[in-house]
Design a protein around this ligand. Structure first.
Ligand SMILES: [Zn+2]
Length: 344
């Protein structure tokens, strides 16, 4: 529900910002800057001017969103207090200053945006705030919400609540036990090592989150990151040989087929190319390709590497299987005769 305000009056923005700057100057340098109050009278009400929103507006008065189409400028302040649905003042909500600009005839409320959102670890002071209209701020907040979800996920937290997900605790604990065993350490000793390594090797992580997962595992945030790195390294080591072995197997199979094709050609007294031509002709004669059959990627790759059409590959595999020794190839033939030597 939109916040409802009761308005006591309006005033131009600039004199208010002058008072804010004077107040800030005195706070920063009380010895040299003249004393300036934190409260002033506007539209008959005594209101605070020391808040971060007004301090931020004193640095710039145009919406600082990246949305160039906005560029709305703050022009005036209103002395307002929050009321409920019946227009009754909310307890604890006295009169204060709200800053407004105009888009056409419509009033636009100004807020102070945290450049790096507080939920993402941004500071709550002038080093991290810029003036922004309410609409632009809301748009930016939606983007930040998505980013926050991603970061929470990366920390093993529930993206919506920021709470640690139970499944993640179990999974990470399991990782920790496994990695401790691989290091030949007891889990407690491994945990101490992770925390020490985290403290020694790294600066603080760039965002502040409830360290739910780390706490549950007895790890600091940096210690948790070291665990994650160790896990990733371990994953890579495990994955790589499997991939290499698979690739080697594919290459090996193609090499074996190529050897076999040359041997079959030699046995028939043909050059490999002549044997290929014969396979192509036989494929046409036999109608080796089932019209409903689509060669797999593996078959296509084999055919390409053997310089055969898909149909000729099928012909080759059907009529010249490696085991048992095929009919057209005499059983006494040398299995791996070199084509050159066998040429007539
Ligand atoms: Zn804006």
């Amino acid at each position: 529900m939109a916040t409802r305000y009761e308005r006591a009056g309006v005033a131009p923005l600039m004199p208010v910002l002058d008072a804010v700057r004077a107040y800030l100057a005195h706070q920063r340098d009380p010895l040299h800057a003249p004393e300036a109050p934190a409260q002033i009278h506007v539209a008959g009400q005594l209101v605070w001017i020391s808040g971060l929103r007004l301090q931020t507006l004193a640095t710039a008065t145009v919406c600082q969103c990246s949305n160039r189409a906005c560029a709305v400028m703050a022009t005036h302040v209103a002395v307002e207090r929050q009321v409920d649905g019946h227009g009754m003042p909310l307890t604890g909500h006295g009169y204060h200053l709200n800053v407004y600009g105009l888009r056409g005839e419509v009033e636009v409320l100004f807020t102070h945006d945290h450049t790096l959102a507080r939920s993402l670890g941004g500071a709550n002071d002038l080093t991290n705030t810029t003036p922004m209209c309410l609409a632009c701020n809301a748009t930016k907040s939606r983007h930040e919400h998505v980013l926050l979800g991603q970061r929470r996920r990366a920390e093993g937290l529930d993206p919506q609540t920021g709470m640690v997900a139970e499944g993640q605790v179990v999974e990470y604990r399991h990782r920790m036990v496994q990695l401790a065993a691989q290091h030949g350490l007891a889990v407690d000793a491994y945990r101490d090592w992770l925390n020490a390594e985290g403290a020694a090797g790294q600066s603080d992580l760039p965002w502040v989150h409830p360290d739910g997962l780390g706490q549950r595992l007895g790890l600091t945030r940096n210690g948790l990151q070291v665990l994650q790195q160790q896990h990733n390294r371990h994953q890579r080591v495990q994955v790589k040989p499997a991939v290499v072995a698979q690739q080697a197997m594919v290459a090996c199979r193609i090499d074996a087929l190529s050897d076999h094709l040359q041997a079959c050609a030699a046995v028939q007294g043909l050059t490999p190319d002549a044997f290929r031509a014969q396979l192509e002709a036989d494929a046409v004669a036999h109608g080796a390709l089932d019209p409903d059959w689509t060669p797999s990627n593996k078959h296509r790759e084999q055919a390409k590497r053997l310089a055969l059409s898909d149909a000729a590959l099928v012909e080759f595999r059907a009529h010249y299987p490696r085991r048992p020794t095929p009919g057209p190839m005499p059983t006494s033939a040398p299995r791996h005769a070199s084509p050159r030597r066998a040429r007539p």
